[in-house]
Design a protein around this ligand. Structure first.
Ligand code: F3S
Length: 63
């Protein structure tokens, strides 16, 4: 599993890095950023799904 943020959609709501800080961080303007290469370790898969489901802009893609 891998996660991606669509920068066109992200409005900086911050749910992703609150809910899954191991997978997402924020840039200097508060927009979400994927940590590292976006590969999700098995123990973080649930957090990845939770973050994707909670992004109001549906900016998080799970691949
Ligand atoms: Fe952006 Fe959604 Fe996260 S709007 S900051 S990807 S919760």
């Amino acid at each position: 599993m891998k996660v991606k943020i669509d920068p066109e959609r992200c409005q900086g709501h911050g749910r992703c890095y609150d809910l899954a800080p191991g997978l997402f961080g924020e840039d200097e303007e508060g927009y979400g950023q994927v940590v590292g290469d976006g590969v999700v370790p098995p123990e973080e898969e649930q957090a990845a799904r939770l973050a994707a489901a909670n992004c109001p802009e549906r900016a998080i893609e799970i691949l």
